[in-house]
Design a protein. Structure first.
Length: 145
């Protein structure tokens, strides 16, 4: 009887480990049809014969996919609350003050100015994380692609 329990327990653990490792971590999918180039990536750190490039300059042409934007600023701030970024109205401020949470509001005026003055170039998203979060993978995955 105890051998059967041990065998069942072993297989349950093996199945749990398999499901955890195959579905929990982020997966990187390679888009092989986007760039048919067989050379190294077009970044000066890994390109050969880069003496003609200035520091941090990336070639804009070649056999790689076209550049959509000349540069991208990608900011990830872990544990930043939405109400820190959101520009609160007077009513929201009064409601938060009544609840004792007014110190969260309107402390990032630069973000508010960007959202107001350049709405086509700036977006504010509300994200609600389901525990457990994999913050380090969110940092590493965009950088590894």
């Amino acid at each position: 009887m105890t051998v059967g329990v041990l065998v069942v327990t072993f297989f349950l653990h093996a199945a749990a480990i398999f499901l955890f490792t195959s579905g929990f971590f982020l997966t990187r999918y390679e888009a092989t049809d986007v760039s048919p180039c067989s050379k190294d990536a077009a970044f000066p750190t890994v390109m050969h014969n880069t003496h003609h490039l200035r520091r941090h300059e990336v070639p804009r042409s070649g056999c790689w996919s076209n550049v959509k934007f000349p540069r991208v600023v990608y900011i990830v701030i872990d544990a930043l609350r939405f109400d820190f970024m959101h520009e609160a109205s007077q009513e929201e401020q009064q409601q938060k003050a009544a609840d004792g949470g007014q110190y969260f509001l309107n402390h990032l005026p630069h973000v508010h100015a960007l959202l107001r003055d350049e709405p086509a170039q700036s977006l504010l998203f509300r994200f609600i994380a389901d525990a457990p979060t994999m913050t380090m993978q969110r940092y590493v995955l965009p950088l590894s692609q």
